[in-house]
Design a protein around this ligand. Structure first.
Ligand SMILES: Cc1cc2nc3c(=O)[nH]c(=O)nc-3n(C[C@H](O)[C@H](O)[C@H](O)COP(=O)(O)O)c2cc1C
Length: 244
């Protein structure tokens, strides 16, 4: 067993530290990637205009807990739209940048949002991708993927009993083309901002939610058709009506 200082993780932290000296060194040459992902042939499902309810931020912060027990009642499409908007909706334009509810290093937005829909009124169960410029869901696969989600999440049953599972992937080139390997830190920071937005929004809507970092990368990527190289899943959040 390597000690902390001999671990791969420590080497990564050491190797991606920023120092004044590095600022004048040659950058790693990494080609960029398209800033937006879309699935041209996919069936599109328009999302309702998000209408977030009023909520006291500090009460919401004090109440938020990871909840893993869900009622069988479905979510409404309006609620899903508010959750997606809170997580990563566009709130302003600055030149060619579409600024969002969550910050992003260099405004490069490496995170893509996918959904495993189990029970949402007005949406067939299946796997979807968010096209956030047009506010539509692109249908990737229709069907019941509850067992696949549970299996990919190391058998965690609440990934099957949730009404919907948010799955975030990153496209590393978007950020690494500017920041090199240090940009890998930013991929996870960006994702965490989005996830916390969602967790707080779920709380404000009276819904239950839980973040999930324990999953089999290759299995989850394969389920959503991600190659695991140019794009890879990094984080999940389950959402449903509270079951207790
Ligand atoms: C990065 C990360 C990964 C997590 N992964 C899991 C997970 O795989 N399964 C799970 O049941 N909870 C997971 N959690 C939830 C934590 O267990 C939970 O946040 C922690 O126990 C504190 O409880 P609270 O969220 O209710 O405050 C994760 C939380 C974070 C931040």
């Amino acid at each position: 067993m390597p000690d902390y200082t001999r671990s791969l993780g420590f080497s990564f932290l050491e190797g991606t530290k920023l120092s004044l000296r590095d600022l004048f060194r040659d950058r790693e040459e990494i080609a960029p990637a398209e800033p937006f992902k879309r699935y041209p042939g996919a069936r599109r499902h328009g999302l309702p205009r998000p209408r977030p309810p009023r909520a006291d931020l500090f009460e919401v912060l004090a109440r938020r807990r990871s909840e893993r027990i869900y009622a069988p009642t479905p979510l409404r499409l309006e609620e899903l739209s508010v959750l997606l908007w809170a997580a990563c909706g566009v709130t302003a334009r600055a030149g060619r940048y579409l600024l969002r509810t969550a910050p992003s290093a260099g405004a490069l937005y490496p995170v893509e949002t996918y959904l495993a829909v189990h029970r949402v009124e007005g949406l067939e169960p299946g796997l979807y991708h968010l096209e956030l410029r047009e506010w539509v869901l692109e249908e990737l696969r229709r069907g019941d993927f509850r067992a696949d989600l549970k299996e990919a999440a190391l058998g965690q049953g609440f990934c099957a009993t949730a009404a919907v599972v948010f799955v975030w992937s990153v496209i590393p080139r978007r950020t690494m083309s500017k920041y090199g390997s240090r940009g890998v830190r930013y991929l996870f920071l960006d994702t965490a901002h989005i996830a916390q937005n969602l967790l707080l929004a779920a709380e404000a809507l009276g819904l239950a939610a839980c973040p999930v970092g324990a999953f089999l990368d290759d299995e989850l990527n394969e389920l959503f058709g991600l190659d695991g190289v140019e794009e890879t899943a990094v984080y999940l959040v389950t959402v449903g009506r509270p079951g207790r």
